[in-house]
Write a protein that binds this ligand. Structure first.
Ligand code: DHB
Ligand code: MG
Length: 218
């Protein structure tokens, strides 16, 4: 099926399974008004992240790459009482919009937004997190994995977004820094005895993409 048909299915699914939430709709509108790239997860992917938070009973969530806070709000909605998300954003303009979106969603108390390069902020964080979502600059993914492992415990779920790269992820000769970052990330996951992982391709309103999901082993 073509992209338009896949987007139509996403629209059908999300209308059915995730009726418009005013805080999420407002966040997307604020992101667009602020000129942010539309690199947010889809509604169904956001709902999936929320269900992962619920399934794992995560109380401490780490997000690398906030953008406008759309995925942050999805995950924060699924936290148990007392749960918290630390989310890191390198771009001050993106972070300003994310802070407003998170406050407008009534989630300021649950979300700690850290502004700065993730490689500077991650060393300051204390372990462990229960779920870690890596969704920032792809060339640094291997470094983010190193930090994620340090900030994990057995059972921690690590999810990486955007691992398909238009299909180029399967090209070992690619010189695209995003592809190389994702391939290095995946090979380190594969080689890491503390991790069991899968990678799932996705279609829909965001086009052909996918995510990797790993669980830290005992
Ligand atoms: C890009 C990055 C993302 O995190 C995303 O979800 C989609 C696209 C990008 O850099 O192209
Ligand atoms: Mg992404």
């Amino acid at each position: 099926a073509d992209g338009a048909a896949q987007a139509k299915v996403d629209d059908y699914f999300s209308t059915l399974l995730a009726p418009p939430d005013p805080t999420l709709t407002a966040a997307l509108a604020a992101n667009a008004a602020g000129g942010l790239p539309a690199h947010d997860v889809s509604a169904m992917q956001g709902k999936m992240l929320a269900l992962f938070v619920q399934m794992t009973g995560a109380r401490h969530v780490l997000e690398v790459g906030t953008l406008g806070g759309y995925s942050t709000i999805w995950m924060a909605h699924a936290l148990p009482p007392g749960g918290r998300i630390v989310t890191i954003e390198a771009n001050a303009h993106h972070a300003e919009i994310a802070r407003a979106n998170i406050a407008a969603a009534g989630l300021a108390a649950q979300v700690e937004l850290r502004i700065g390069a993730a490689l500077d902020v991650l060393p300051e964080l204390d372990a462990p997190f229960d779920l870690i979502f890596i969704d920032a600059d792809k060339p640094n993914n291997p470094h983010y994995l190193t930090h994620a492992l340090r900030l994990s415990r057995p059972g921690t779920v690590i999810i990486g977004d955007n691992v398909v790269r238009g299909g180029a992820v399967a090209d070992p000769a690619s010189t695209d820094p995003n592809v190389r970052g994702v391939r290095d990330f995946l090979s380190r996951i594969a080689d890491e005895p503390r991790l069991q992982a899968t990678a799932i391709q996705t279609v829909g309103e965001k086009g052909w993409d996918g995510f990797v999901m790993a669980v830290v082993q005992a």
